[in-house]
Design a protein around this ligand. Sequence first.
Ligand SMILES: NC(=O)c1ccc[n+]([C@@H]2O[C@H](COP(=O)([O-])OP(=O)(O)OC[C@H]3O[C@@H](n4cnc5c(N)ncnc54)[C@H](OP(=O)(O)O)[C@@H]3O)[C@@H](O)[C@H]2O)c1
Length: 425
Amino acid sequence: MGAVTVVQAAEKEIYALGEIPPLGFVPKKMLASVIRPERFGPPKDAFQIEEIDVPTPGPRQVLVYVMAAGTNYNNVWAALGFPVNVIAARQRQGATEDFHIGGSDASGVVWAVGSEVKNVKVGDEVVLSCGMWDEDAPDIKAGKDPMMSSTNKVWGYEENWGSFAQFTLVDHYQCFPKPKHLSWEAASAYMLVGATAYRMLMHWEPNVVHENEPVLIWGGAGGLGSMAIQITKAAGGIPIAVVSEENKVEFCLQLGAKGVINRKDPAFTHWGRLPDVDDAEAFNKWMQGARAFGAKYWEVLGERRNPAIVFDHPGEATIPTSIFMVDNGGMVVICAGTSGYNADVDLRYLWMRQKRLQGSHFASTEECAALNQLVIDGKVDPCLGEVYGFDGVGLSHQAMYENRAVGNMAILVNAREKGLTTLPA
Ligand SMILES: NC(=O)c1ccc[n+]([C@@H]2O[C@H](COP(=O)([O-])OP(=O)(O)OC[C@H]3O[C@@H](n4cnc5c(N)ncnc54)[C@H](OP(=O)(O)O)[C@@H]3O)[C@@H](O)[C@H]2O)c1
């Protein structure tokens, strides 16, 4: 273990939420909202507040005093214990903890640093990114993008010690400057979805957002979608958003969408897996729904031009439509399969029209920094939605599970009220 910067002697073993310890003093225990295997199930019941030992940073690690934490879909999966039991998966790799502290987004204050940490110091106010990897891994040493490394993991999901706790443990490169104008809760809400959307839209050359080119964005009022609209707009593209309720339309327009499609329009009957091409009747019916969706897209765009990029994450429900919709030589980029993993691709469209189906996962350090700069510059708003207290970790994930959330939700951890932007003196 590396040296830990402790600037004051121990006073208390555990502090109440918001009862701030002396800067740099690390108590023995902390409050954490914990998932255990016996509670796997609907998120509202899976999380419980417990007292847990505060972890000690290794040489290149940073202990952060969490002011607020962001809610993400990955801890809906962690709560369900599906498709992966993250606790058992870690134990198979040698971890001893029999619990999961989730939370892959946070804002907070650097409280202790390992002996080799140079980029941050105790007292720095930071936001955290969730990409973790072994900097000494041979593939990374050989120059591979760490997001492609076999050691790549998501903090607060695949890795333990996430942000639903008074203290969280991260690697040094996960720390970025907190935008000073944002409250703790707003600052905790955007990095995971923002940086993921940034990579999806800006990494996969030559299929990146270009000036005046349309981008079709599923779930425009959701976490990823709200970021994608703003990033597309900031890069000069034309965002067209899809939503399922009329009350989300204005939200997307305010963010910069040129037009919005309600996917619940009864003319669209074609969601989900493709019928077999030999079943002419079913296939024609599918095509009818897809063409109606395409016509609506042209209508809201105001011209007959297909999207250069389709930004997908629902997966099974949407991929056939995304492949149908994307322009010749365009890209469907996908980072999830929320509605299912068996997505059908009509290969005739893929090869004849030279379309690209590209997987994408979170973001590199550089992409996180670029996204963070867009937020610092006011070009991307975190789209903070509902804010919960620390006892609301389960409820916020339940709202996400039931598709009731708009924008990005946050949880107050050590910040005891909304609107605070810095650590009280
Ligand atoms: N790989 C990565 O790095 C990464 C990063 C972030 C998130 N993810 C994953 O991406 C997914 C979305 O995350 P999020 O934070 O954006 O979630 P979110 O805030 O819940 O938003 C998802 C949006 O998807 C839309 N949607 C839901 N079911 C749909 C369906 N059947 N067809 C079309 N649209 C549908 C909903 O919008 P409407 O109902 O209004 O259409 C909803 O607003 C999750 O599975 C998450 O785990 C992956």
